[in-house]
Ligand binder design. Structure first.
Ligand code: DC
Length: 226
């Protein structure tokens, strides 16, 4: 009788605050390794977007988590679909980002999204980006990275991103929003944004995207070969 050999799926987690560059870096690392990519923030953004459409208040823990359970969420390449409708741009606004941070404080919502996140863990591997990837969702990840930068650097980046997209931007408002979002994400009782004890710290103030990607790939190589 032959017993099936379990497939071992390597996971790299990249956590950090908003606008730290983790999304871009995580996608590039996933592409270089041919791994799947999980943008966990998109899930919280979709919930904020869907509840706003249904007039469910973001501070209504039960309403928000019940609504999340009914959503059909699909990621196709870089596009995000909610119940068959593309919402990639709609979920990327500053208002929805703020809403995502507000709905994310609710433990029943976080619990409702766990299986969906674990389902991304498929061969040949996964790069998962978010706030609690290395601490809660994939605590046994092979490599954990905490990517960060000062609030001023992140606010400047966000400001430039909005200008590049032709959207209105006010640096002072962006800075204040980031500070509020950091405070909420770091202080919530359930799965707060903290660096895992076994994560490597990458500060990107003076580190370009490709240098960050190379550093992560070097650390990954080190993990699998040594
Ligand atoms: O990474 P992002 O900016 O798209 O995330 C939006 C919000 O979602 C963030 O402010 C907090 C929440 N979030 C979370 O609580 N846990 C995650 N793993 C990812 C995002």
């Amino acid at each position: 009788m032959s017993s099936a050999i379990p497939v071992i799926v390597p996971v790299i987690t990249i956590d950090g605050p908003s606008a730290s560059g983790k999304g871009t870096v995580a996608q590039l690392v996933a592409a270089r390794l041919g791994f799947h990519y999980l943008d966990s923030g998109a899930l919280y953004r979709i919930v904020a977007f869907a509840t706003l459409q249904k007039n469910i208040a973001w501070n209504n823990a039960q309403g928000v988590s019940e609504c999340a359970k009914t959503l059909n969420i699909e990621f196709v390449n870089e596009q995000v679909f909610l119940n068959g409708q593309e919402v990639s741009n709609e979920i990327r606004t500053e208002a929805i980002g703020k809403g995502a941070s507000q709905v994310a404080v609710h433990p029943p919502l976080r619990a409702a999204l766990i299986d969906m996140q674990h389902a991304f863990c498929k061969a040949p591997g996964l790069v998962a980006d978010g706030r609690d990837m290395g601490t809660v969702i994939f605590p046994k990840a092979l490599l954990k990275v905490f990517l960060t930068a000062t609030t001023a650097t992140r606010a400047k980046r966000r400001y430039q991103q909005l200008l590049d997209k032709g959207q209105p931007a006010n640096y002072e408002h962006i800075l204040q929003d980031l500070q509020e979002r950091d405070a909420r994400d770091q202080s919530r009782a359930s799965a707060p944004l903290v660096m895992a004890d076994d994560a490597i710290l990458l500060e990107t103030d003076n580190l370009g995207i490709s240098a960050a990607v190379d550093t992560i790939l070097r650390n990954y190589q080190h993990k699998i070969c040594k």
